[in-house]
Structures are given as structure tokens and as C-alpha cells.
Design a protein around this ligand. Sequence first.
Ligand code: FEO
Length: 162
Amino acid sequence: MLSEKLLSNLNKQINKELYSEYLYLSMATYADSVGLAGIARWFKGQAKEEHAHAMRIYDYIYDQGARVILEAIEKPKTDFNSIRELFDLSLEHEKFVTASINELMDIAREDNDHASVSFLQWFVDEQVEEEASVNAILDKFTYMKESGIGLLMLDKELAARK
Ligand code: FEO
């Protein structure tokens, strides 16, 4: 059984994941607006993953016999100045989500809630991957100028996302 505190924070996490979906979709709109459909595709893929994260928590709350409460989703940022900025902000955002997941894990541990510790471990591991994948893309910016052939190559590479 979930403690009240953990349930409340899991519900908040659903909101954060849905906000993440919306934020990445907003980033996709910017990439599409500057004609980089491959990069937009990558962000649309991110958005879908975030939706899946929210639903994973949704299902877990019901598996535990509790109830999901949905709150309003904040308006995402819509004005961006460069593709590089999208990835910088993505990394910053993922670090924020990682801190939030760690906080959930701390609560589950304090509660001696073994099921929730096990459930949340997946998210801990996922956050390592999320940050690593954005970092790997940011590394490529070291070798290229913001506009030009490097950006087109990145667009082509990211278009291949499943
Ligand atoms: Fe659901 Fe990108 O963390």
C-alpha cells in the first residue's frame, strides 16, 4: 500500500512526465519550423516516451489500489533561438526529472515500501539513459557550427530514431 506522501508525489510525477511530453513536443515544433524534420522526429519520439512514463506510473498507482488525480499541465516554453538551445534545455530538464525521481525513491525507502523501490528503480535507470543520450548529442555540437553541414548531418542521424 502506498503512503499518502508517496501517492501524492507519484501523482505529481505523472504531471511532470506529461509536462515533459508537452515540452518536447514544443521543441519538435521549433525544429519543424526551421525545416529540420529529423530533429523534430527525435523530439516527437521523446514526447512519446514521456507519455509512456506517465502511463507507467498511472498503471502502478491502480495496481496498488489507489487513485490517479490529474492536474493542469503548465504551458511549455515556445520561443527558442537555436537547435543547440533545445538540447541544452533538454539536459537541464532531464536533470530536474532525475532529482524528482530520486526524491520519490527516497520516500519509498523511508516507507520501507519494497514494491515501490523496485518499481522506481526502472525510472532511476531510465534517467541515466535519458541524460546520456542528450549528452551524446551535445558532444557533437563541439565539432560543428550551429548552422551548416553539421546540423544537416545531425538531422539525418536523428531522423533514424525508431
Ligand atoms: Fe520521463 Fe525524460 O524523463
